[in-house]
Design a protein around this ligand. Structure first.
Ligand code: SF4
Length: 323
C-alpha cells in the first residue's frame, strides 16, 4: 500500500519512526513535496480564515498527495506525556481534513494518547499493525526497527543536526560532520518544529542566519533529560506539549547556555503562543538577554524578515563588543 505522509506538523519530530514502521510492514511511504506557493494557496482555500498558518499548510500538503496514495497518515495527537496535551487543532485534525478537502484519500488516524507512559506507544503500534493486516511477529519486528530509528534520529538532533540533515544521515545520503559552534554570535531560534524548519513559511530564516555567520540553536538540540530539569519551574505549567518544550528550552538557553539572544518564531492566530510569547519575553528581560518575536502568516515576505534579522544580529554584535 502507498501511505502518504504530509511533510509538516509531526513530520519534523516523528516521521522516521512512522516511515520505518510502515516500511518494515511492507508499505511504501510517499512524502508530500516541500511547502510552496501552490501548497500554501491550496491550504488557504480549504481552511477557515482564522486557522493558523501551520494548519493551512497541512491542508495544502494533504491535497498535494491526492491521487498518489491509498491512505494519508494524519495521527490524532492527544498526548505523549502525562498532564500535557497537544493544541486542540491537532486533536481534531483528521475530521478537519476529512470535511474540508474534497476527494481526500482515506485517512489513517491512530489516536496517540500516551498519558500513562511512553510504553503505551507499543499498544498503539500493535493495533495499527493489525489494522494494516500484519502478523504479530511482523508487528514486533517493525516496532523494534521504528524505535531504533527514532532513538538514532533524536540523538542526531541533540548533537546539533537539523531534521533534514538527520534524515539524510540516517538514510545514508550524507556523512555526519560535527558542527562548529565555537565562534560568532549564538542565537536560540525557538518555536514549534513545523514552523522553525519549514523554510517556506519562515522565508529561509535558518539559512539567512547561517549566511550571517550566526550559530543557530533550536529546541530539538536540547536532549530530553536537560529539558526535564526545567519542568515545574513555572508555578503552573502550560497545557500544551510543544509550548512546554519551547518554554523549558528558553530556560535552558538562558541559564545553561547563555545565548547572545533569543528569537521566538510564532504563527499569527496561534492561541498557545499568545501566552508563551509573553512568558518568554519576561524571562529574557529578567536575564538581560535580547529577545525578538517574529510572527509569520501567509503574507510574510523575505525582505521584511531579513531586515529585522540583520538589525537584531548587528545589535547583538555591538552589544558583545561593548561588554
Ligand atoms: S500550537 Fe499554535 S501554531 Fe500550532 S497548530 Fe496549534 S494554534 Fe497552530
Amino acid at each position: 500500500m502507498k501511505i502518504g505522509y504530509p511533510a509538516t506538523l509531526t513530520y519534523y519530530t516523528h516521521f522516521l519512526l512512522w516511515k520505518s514502521f510502515f516500511n518494515s510492514l511492507g508499505h511504501e511511504v510517499i512524502i508530500s513535496p516541500k511547502t510552496s506557493k501552490n501548497i500554501l494557496e491550496s491550504g488557504v482555500k480549504d481552511t477557515v480564515t482564522d486557522a493558523c498558518i501551520p494548519i493551512k499548510i497541512l491542508h495544502g500538503h494533504v491535497s498535494a498527495l491526492k491521487g498518489k496514495v491509498d491512505l494519508v497518515f494524519i495521527p490524532r495527537m492527544v498526548s505523549i506525556v502525562k498532564d500535557e496535551t497537544f493544541c486542540p487543532k491537532f486533536l481534531g485534525l483528521p475530521e478537519m481534513v476529512q470535511y474540508s478537502i474534497e476527494n481526500v484519500p482515506k485517512i489513517l488516524s491512530p489516536q496517540i494518547e500516551l498519558k500513562r507512559g511512553f510504553w503505551q506507544i507499543y499498544k498503539v503500534l500493535k493495533s495499527l499493525g493489525q489494522q494494516l493486516g500484519a502478523t504479530k511477529k511482523e508487528i514486533y519486528k517493525a516496532i523494534f526497527t521504528a524505535m531504533k530509528t527514532q532513538f538514532k534520529y533524536e540523538k542526531l538532533l541533540a548533537s546539533g543536526f537539523f531534521p533534514k540533515e538527520a534524515v539524510d544521515i540516517i538514510e545514508g545520503n550524507k556523512i555526519p560532520v560535527a558542527k562548529d559552534f565555537s565562534n560568532g554570535i549564538s542565537l536560540a531560534v525557538l518555536g514549534y518544529p513545523y514552523q522553525i524548519y519549514d523554510s517556506y513559511i519562515t522565508v529561509n530564516m535558518l539559512e539567512n542566519l547561517k549566511n550571517m555567520g550566526v550559530n543557530t540553536w533550536t529546541c530539538e538540540m536540547v536532549p530530553l533529560r536537560k529539558q526535564k530539569k526545567y519542568r515545574k519551574v513555572l508555578p503552573k505549567e502550560l497545557f500544551w506539549y510543544y509550548s512546554n518544550i519551547v518554554m523549558r528550552c528558553t530556560y535552558y538557553y538562558l541559564k545553561d547556555k547563555r545565548m547572545d539572544g533569543i528569537i521566538h518564531v510564532t504563527a499569527f492566530g496561534c492561541g498557545p503562543d499568545a501566552i508563551l510569547d509573553k512568558l518568554m519575553e519576561l524571562e529574557c528581560k529578567s536575564h538581560n538577554v535580547p529577545y525578538l518575536n517574529i510572527t509569520i502568516d501567509e503574507h510574510t515576505g523575505e525582505a521584511g524578515i531579513l531586515t529585522r534579522l540583520e538589525a537584531f544580529v548587528d545589535m547583538l554584535k555591538i552589544r558583545r563588543d561593548l561588554n
